[in-house]
Design a protein around this ligand. Structure first.
Ligand code: GLN
Length: 468
């Protein structure tokens, strides 16, 4: 059931909020044992909340998401609930407050069903680096669901929940959405408050939304976006709310960078993307071929800046402020033991990489150079957006791969982020929507827009989802 369908049933009285919640909970019971999307479900709390909604304990008229179940990713805080970030080091950490996005969802009448699996602290593209087991792709359980929000994408794709929120730092919402055949939206940086989201790479982190269709994404976005005094970066942009169906595809200029169709793209994916582009063209959109050479450097820029910020954000997990304590005789031994045992290999790899690019003697050659290159990338995209309204291409260079296939080869794993990191580095809104299949596995189409034009991106994607 989509959000709209749930709302129709609740409005005409054919279902109660409790019946909706019970329906999804029983689906989770049936499906999740074979998928491992959830780390925990809150069945008891969800039922109590649904009953409260049904008996008028909450204001029926103002709740924009009244009775709509949702889930979160394990790195978004909920008061009184464990938030482990997919890491052993925070295995028993309990959130002391609600993240702003969670609070707004709750206030709108949405019902939280549980927290979903993720790559440790968001470091990964397959959900295999979670400390709590691998999540499987619901379309083929031998394959990964993508990552790092793989649990969330798998939960939505298997209809265990209509929607959910997670983080997208370099593609963690869009890429798993693509690999699982659902929609994933990453907003303009700052459009959704990050208050209560565990920091990974602060200048790139956003909270994003996964749902089965763009309409549902827009419904969640309207509730959770907007300035928040608790996150200074949320006040720097003015992002209008989406009004779907407003976009005029006739005359819409679709930029298609040739760098998005490079050697890394799995043969066959291009056909699905071409088909989508032709659909837009047939409706009167204009294809604008783009050549943006710096896009070839985006992945390298990302994998210098991101680990640098990770290495600094992970400092807090020292067993003293945060993180499980491993008692040792002296302070250094204790910190070493806590971090040694608490972090997984991928997080350690990024801490090492980040510390290296920030260290004296290398900071100019790597970190500062990457910062300059990031600005150059932003300027190049600003230029490109003078000639087009949206930039379109594949979300992921491949469809879902077999579990284990890339796990021991970090560089190949990093390559799966090649098309998504661009919007992250530039702070731009981007969405992935399903468009065709390759060998029976879903392909994702990515649409990227100008800063603050989240509504246009959603609307242009909505047009494709609803045509024909
Ligand atoms: N897969 C990317 C990475 O490992 C993106 C992660 C994310 O967006 N959290 O860095």
């Amino acid at each position: 059931m989509t959000i709209r369908e749930i709302q129709t049933h609740l409005a005409d009285g054919s279902m109660t909020a409790r019946a909706v919640v019970d329906g999804f909970l029983s689906r989770i019971e049936k499906r999740d044992a074979s998928l491992g999307a959830f780390l925990e479900t809150y069945a008891g709390d969800a039922r109590i909340r649904a009953d409260e909604l049904d008996t008028g304990g909450a204001d029926k008229t103002t709740g924009a998401l009244f009775g709509v179940p949702f889930v979160n990713k394990d790195n978004i805080l909920v008061a009184g609930k464990v938030a482990s970030g997919g890491s052993h080091i925070l295995e028993n950490y309990i959130g002391s407050y609600d993240a702003t996005a969670i609070r707004r969802l709750k206030e709108a009448g949405a019902v939280l069903l549980g927290r979903t699996n993720m790559d440790e602290f968001g470091c990964g593209s397959s959900t295999e680096s979670s400390a709590f087991g691998v999540t499987k792709n619901p379309l083929d359980t031998e394959r990964v669901p993508g990552g790092s929000s793989g649990g969330l994408a798998a939960a939505v794709a298997s209809q265990m929940v209509p929607c959910g929120i997670g983080s997208d730092t370099g593609g963690s919402i869009r890429q798993p959405a693509a690999l699982c055949g659902v929609c994933g939206f990453k907003p303009t940086y700052g459009a959704i408050s990050r208050y209560g989201l565990m920091a990974m790479a602060s200048s790139l982190d956003t909270i994003g939304i996964i749902a089965a269709n763009v309409e549902d994404i827009a419904s969640v976005f309207r509730v959770i976006s907007g300035a928040d005094p608790l996150d200074v970066t949320s006040r720097t942009v003015d992002v209008p709310l989406p009004e779907l169906g407003a976009v005029n595809v006739e005359g819409l200029r679709i930029g298609v960078p040739k760098q998005y169709f490079d050697d890394h793209l799995e043969p066959g994916i291009v056909d699905s993307i071409e088909q989508a582009l032709r659909a837009y063209e047939q409706a009167g959109a204009v294809r604008v071929p783009l050549d943006i050479p710096i896009l070839e450097d985006a992945l390298a820029i990302y994998y210098v800046l991101m680990p640098a910020e990770v290495s600094s954000n992970m400092n807090r997990y020292d067993g003293l402020q945060y993180g499980s304590e491993t008692p040792e005789s002296d302070l250094f031994a204790q910190v070493r033991a806590t971090r040694g045992a608490g972090f997984g290999d991928e997080v350690k790899r990024r801490i090492l990489l980040g510390t290296f690019v920030l260290s004296a003697g290398y900071v100019d050659a790597y970190y500062k150079k990457a910062v300059r290159a990031r600005y150059a990338l932003r300027r190049a995209l600003e230029e490109a957006f003078k000639d087009c309204d949206v930039i379109v291409g594949p979300t992921s260079p491949t469809v879902a791969w077999k579990i284990g296939e890339k796990f021991d080869d970090p560089v190949t794993m990093y390559l799966s982020d090649i098309y998504t990191v661009v919007a992250s580095l530039a702070g731009l809104p981007a969405i992935s929507i399903p468009c065709g299949a390759l060998n029976g596995l879903p392909v994702g189409l990515q649409l990227m827009g100008r800063l603050g034009e989240d509504a246009k991106v959603m609307d242009a994607a909505h047009w494709y989802m609803t045509q024909a």
